[in-house]
Design a protein around this ligand. Sequence first.
Ligand SMILES: [Zn+2]
Length: 222
Amino acid sequence: MLTSNTVCLGDDDIVQKCGVNVSEQQSADAAKFTSLTELMTRPATPTKAGLSYVQTGKNDCLLMPFTEKGLTVCSHYVPHPDIHAFVTCNGDNCVICALGNQPEMKFLLPVFDCINREVVVLSMSLSMRPRALAPQVFPVLEVVKAGRAQVMSVSRGADNNFTVKAWDLPEDADTGEETIKQFLAEVESGRLKLDSVFMSIPNETLRVLPWIQENLRIRGLA
Ligand SMILES: [Zn+2]
């Protein structure tokens, strides 16, 4: 069973909380939920700034990376209409794992959206195949790390084949300095969490859903 590997943003070296038991985190979050309706209409961990992730598609997104530090999160994509979203894996005894939905490690990278002028989260699988997102973004991060501001266009085609193009940020472009500064302060204070872009649903809540109940029953796990 995979567990989350948390990487905190900050001026110091990457801080890791290896082997964090996600189910412990979920049980702490569980007290926040009062109804299933509420659960389905908002993320489990509401963020002050309404952090959202980049919806990649056939049209370009224009993004400016400003850090190489992000967060690795073990998650599921749940296509069922009741959820239809990425959901954080609940670790040991995860109900979604029990349904045969394979968890995947995602790297969540905060970037500045050059058009909407806000910090958003770019979610990447850790796949290193050539047309995957991560191996195309990492070289851009190296250039940024070397001190050259970059803007990159990101689009996603069939079979999750991404196209990433990067170039020097024009000198007169908005670098989002104040927005990024506020974002980093929120993260460092713990008020803002990158993984809030994924839903977080406790096992006990998942078991309430009829289609999950039926799946578990047929598997002899109910
Ligand atoms: Zn899981």
